[in-house]
Design a protein around this ligand. Structure first.
Ligand code: ADP
Ligand code: MG
Length: 275
């Protein structure tokens, strides 16, 4: 079932000569995980802000469950269903205590206090942060802050999670923490994910990868299909996941490795018989 439909989207910033998003059409199915990659300035951030009505298209339209983001009557409903996590964990937390932060959106919606309590507890549990309910956000690590930001969205009971490079400012363990959390939400609760990232290892988790270039979708493929063609990736200005690159280089040196190596585990399995 389709949950988001983008039809021939264009978006031009005021005063800009060329559109930042330039004719994108896309259908996202409920429960799908989409990764969006592409170099800086290719239009990724602008594109995902169009998906929950944070920006309205200059041309074309976005439908969320059939509701048009340009319709003022339903925009709050759309924003609740399609939550967004941004890159900088420090800009997203507004309260001085974690649980108040997670409750913030619900209070604005006028949800009953008891229901708020229940949902805040549940959301913190789902991101593994229940022990930090009374903590001050500024004492948390970057990864923990992002999980609290995700909890704030989960409390709104969304259907789609949009993430704009949510791990870009985190250390490796924070990155793993956040990706594990998102993976669980996707696998256990079937939440639909649209994930902008420049870590190809993270894009590997998606069902579909969109490669953006100058405001358009230049390429769309299953991650393993996309990352197998290292030369094509180089032309697109992208890397492959580290293990796919290593396999590519080792093959170039004459080592007979099977195709499709993407992870450390797959590399180990391929190398062991050669030792
Ligand atoms: P990405 O997220 O892929 O790096 P963006 O969507 O941020 O790309 O940017 C797409 C294009 O729009 C770039 O050319 C960028 O310079 C331009 N742009 C982004 N934000 C603004 C803004 N607030 N005002 C004007 N131009 C912008
Ligand atoms: Mg961006």
């Amino acid at each position: 079932m389709e949950i988001i439909r983008a039809e021939n989207l264009r978006f031009t910033y005021e005063g800009a000569e060329t559109p930042a998003v330039d004719g994108v059409s896309l259908s996202i199915k409920k429960g799908e995980w989409i990764a969006v990659v592409g170099h800086n300035g290719s239009g990724k951030s602008t594109f995902i802000k169009l998906l929950n009505g944070l920006f309205l298209p200059s041309e074309g339209k976005v439908l969320v469950n059939g509701l048009d983001t340009a319709d003022e009557k339903t925009i709050w409903d759309i924003r609740r269903r399609v939550g967004m996590v941004f890159q900088n964990p420090d800009n997203q937390l507004v309260a001085t205590i974690v649980e108040e932060d997670v409750a913030f959106g619900l209070e604005n919606l006028g949800v009953e206090p008891l229901e708020i309590q229940r949902r805040v507890r549940e959301a913190l549990r789902r991101v593994g942060m229940e022990a930090f309910a009374g903590a001050a956000p500024h004492n948390l690590s970057g990864g923990q802050k992002q999980r609290v930001a995700i909890a704030g969205i989960l409390a709104m009971e969304p259907e789609v999670l949009l993430m704009d490079e949510p791990t870009a400012m985190l250390d490796p363990s924070g990155r793993r923490e956040v990706m594990r959390t998102v993976r669980e939400l996707h696998e256990q609760q079937g939440i639909t994910v649209v994930h902008v990232t420049h870590f190809m290892q993270e894009a590997l988790l998606a069902d579909r990868v969109l490669v953006m270039e100058q405001g358009r979708i230049a390429e769309e493929a299953a991650p393993r299909q996309l990352f197998t063609d290292v030369e094509r990736l180089k032309k697109l200005g992208l890397d492959a996941p580290p293990m796919a690159l290593l396999a590519h280089e080792l093959r170039a040196q004459g080592m007979e490795l099977p195709q499709g190596i993407m992870t450390v585990e797959e590399m180990v399995n391929a190398l062991c018989p050669l030792l």
